[in-house]
Design a protein. Structure first.
Lengths: 193, 193
DNA sequence: ATAATACTTGAATGGTCATTCAAATAAATG
DNA sequence: CATTTATTTGAATGACCATTCAAGTATTAT
């Protein structure tokens, strides 16, 4: 017996960064070898193939985003304030120059073909879970009286997810901070008022 | 001398459909040959290379969308009603099963790399023009008294573009008509109220 | 210590792709 | 009609890529 020598999380984060920066298809095995330090054989040994590495990277991305999400909502501020901070964070990601400006869910979903039902299903499921977490927070805001109780928290969550996707996509062509901030603000207001 | 035998617009629409369905990178020259009936040499003769074909397809896509846009705003209904109809049309595109459910601007933009500044610039410009056309319509709605005059028509246009991108992206993972219609409705209301 | 097991290495393989090219063909011009 | 000029054809080219594999190596368990 023998355990893998590499740090699985580090390798997955390197891979996920490449997938976000260059896209899955244009990230070659030589690219992955260079970025991760792993030889092709090791990648195949650990992840079956390039597609398996993508799935593992998506899972890691989901785990990382989950932790991040929880952190934004673990303060003792009002839930709506937490949402605003969360949105501001996303805007700052959009205008950053590193890989975080692209969301792996979106890029992988747009790149996936009809043939790759597996990636599509995994990402849809991950998005649905994120949306549910948002819906739960909205419900919490309603029970705390921060949000009028006649709203549909699941609809609000869908609208926010839609808006965040819109922000991210809009930022791809027009990454101006002030404009994105205004858009995020109106998005927030559309939900709260 | 001699003119090309093929119908340029037809070829470009075939190519644009493939690019939307499979993505630019995964659309191979054999694919293009089969879909357009053009041999590789003809494509190179007419469009320089595959990348040139993409640029030409994007230009054709823009022209087609321009015509479409004008048609939605050439009725004698109130501008806001025209917007609602336009939005409904986009929702119906999102839930359709053909290539129209993906927008070539978005798919090509997400697929383009940092290296391909040309595609990025062309698409950004095309989006900006579309956004400006929307802004003009909002201004028109304000002068006609359909929309309160204290709004910023350019901001409204950006918000609508963002929302449409959000809708399209959201639909990629959750293409349920009723849900998308509700989202489109709230998007519309966020702008008008 | 030794055997068994699993990871690592990196060159080799086979396939696919964008692009080129030279020959063939057709239209337009004078 | 003849010449010129452009397009069409489709096979050939060269590059790149995902994947495989066999030999080497380290770790664990007995």
């Amino acid at each position: 017996m023998r355990n893998a020598e590499f740090d699985r999380e580090k390798v997955l984060r390197k891979a996920m960064t490449l997938f976000m920066e260059k896209g899955y298809n244009k990230t070659s095995m030589p690219d992955l070898k260079q970025a991760t330090g792993l030889h092709p054989g090791s990648i195949y040994c650990a992840f079956e193939n390039k597609h398996g590495l993508l799935l593992a990277a998506i899972a890691q991305y989901k785990a990382d985003r989950n932790v991040e999400f929880s952190q934004f909502f673990s303060t003792d501020e009002p839930v709506l304030t937490q949402f605003k901070t969360y949105l501001d964070h996303i805007v700052s990601e959009c205008v950053s120059c590193d890989a975080a400006k692209g969301c792996l869910f979106i890029t992988a979903l747009y790149e996936s073909t009809q043939a790759d039902k597996e990636v599509q299903a995994v990402i849809s499921e991950n998005i649905a879970q994120w949306q549910q977490a948002i819906a739960d927070k909205f419900k919490q805001a309603m029970t705390k009286g921060e949000l009028s109780a006649d709203k549909d928290h699941e609809h609000l969550a869908r609208f926010l997810v839609m808006g965040i996707y819109g922000l991210r996509t809009f930022a791809q062509s027009h990454p101006q901070p002030e404009i994105l901030e205004k858009l995020a603000e109106q998005l927030f207001n559309s939900i709260c008022h």
